[in-house]
Write a protein that binds this ligand. Structure first.
Ligand SMILES: NC(=O)c1ccc[n+]([C@@H]2O[C@H](COP(=O)([O-])OP(=O)(O)OC[C@H]3O[C@@H](n4cnc5c(N)ncnc54)[C@H](O)[C@@H]3O)[C@@H](O)[C@H]2O)c1
Length: 340
């Protein structure tokens, strides 16, 4: 079975590529490397010992995307490509709507022209309205508080409508919670451009000495230790969720939303303590005021993915931190050894 991974050179896409290739899929990556490096492809090939063909293309370039579909015979698409920084989306809404929405529309057009009607879409827990209680269930009301989140709500809507209009279409809408960690080999991991937005890459860089101090935004929330609680999921577990979703969608039509989380929340302080254990030293932290828009606690109800996909997260917080730390150290070595 041949699968196109848009954004397959990115954090989640590269780990999913490894899992799919190791499970016997023929994978082709399409990426414009706006937030990743071409060298990731070689690392996927090193880990799997198999080729991982890559097409350098921007999804919003319709003719180029059509040409990619003519060169290959895909059975399905896993659609990761998109901009993903919440704060940046508030500053640059037009760029976010353009890249995420236009890219998706061009992709759907190219797929439909070639009769490829299976998509696994990277959605997010940000599609749940902020006033929902936790844990989040898939049928809770949707809504967003920033342009990035709205692009996910809108793309889900587009895919539901495409599936309703054409009974041959099927889409899994995978709502990721907080993916962290890295491949256990330390060869691939999250490599954000500039200062990371998310907690774990930030903690890794503080532990690695690249950043001086970890800011904890608010320790007066109504949570067990006062800091924000999130549902962290190991990226290798998340990658396996895509494998299961591809199998699930093989004979199904229609749009199916799934939470991919562990169903358990950890606080910022718990994450920092787990990371300190693996890196062997106390990390400098400073408590700052709450950030506007941050929620006290976000975690999934993970029942639907367990019952329907057979998905349960296997790796815990200690493994997430150990793998992230191994990646941080190997990345530093690799960056020192080769100019990428
Ligand atoms: N990482 C998270 O915390 C998280 C949480 C929920 C949802 N998601 C979603 O999952 C997907 C993957 O996230 P990630 O963390 O791997 O992000 P990432 O930035 O590491 O990967 C995205 C990849 O898409 C590529 N890309 C972006 N726009 C493109 C375009 N127009 N044409 C071709 N390639 C393009 C980038 O170069 C990058 O390699 C994204 O859609 C993101 O919104 C991520």
């Amino acid at each position: 079975m041949s699968v196109l991974l848009t954004g397959g050179a990115g954090f989640i896409g590269s780990h999913t590529a490894v899992v799919l290739i190791e499970s016997g899929y023929d994978v082709v990556v399409l990426d414009n490397f706006s937030n990743s490096k071409p060298s990731v492809i070689g690392r996927i090939e090193q880990i799997t010992g198999k080729p991982c063909p890559c097409e350098e293309a921007d999804l919003s370039d319709g003719p180029l995307v059509d040409a990619v579909f003519r060169r290959h015979d895909f059975d399905a698409v896993v659609h990761f490509a998109g901009f993903k920084a919440v704060g940046e989306s508030v500053e640059k809404p037009r760029e976010y709507y353009e890249n995420n929405l236009i890219g998706t529309l061009r992709l759907i057009e190219a797929m439909t022209r070639r009769g490829v009607k299976r998509m696994i879409f990277s959605s997010s827990a940000t599609v749940y309205r902020a006033d929902n209680p936790v844990p989040y269930y898939e049928d809770f009301p949707l809504g967003a508080t920033n342009p990035y989140g709205w692009t996910k709500v809108m793309i889900e809507r587009i895919l539901c409508d495409v599936c309703a209009a054409d009974p041959g279409w099927g889409a899994a809408l995978l709502r990721y919670f907080n993916p962290i960690g890295a491949h256990p080999s330390g060869r691939i991991g999250e490599d954000p451009n500039g200062i990371p937005n998310n907690l774990l890459p930030y903690v890794s860089k503080v532990a690695g000495g690249e950043l001086p101090l970890l800011h904890i935004f608010g320790d007066d929330y109504d949570t067990p230790d006062g800091t924000g609680v999130r549902d962290y999921i190991h990226v290798m577990d998340l990658a396996r969720g895509h494998l299961l979703a591809l199998g699930y969608m093989r004979d199904r039509r229609g749009a199916f939303p799934f939470n991919l989380g562990t169903g358990k929340g950890y606080s910022v302080r718990e994450v920092v303590a787990a990371f300190e254990k693996v890196c062997g030293r106390a990390l400098p932290v400073r408590v700052d005021p709450r950030r506007p828009g941050d929620l006290p606690s976000v975690y999934a109800n993970a029942d639907r993915a367990r019952k329907e996909l057979g998905f349960t997260a296997r790796l815990g917080l200690d493994e997430m931190c150990a793998d992230a730390w191994r990646w941080q150290k190997r990345r530093e070595e690799a960056d020192g050894a080769t100019a990428e």
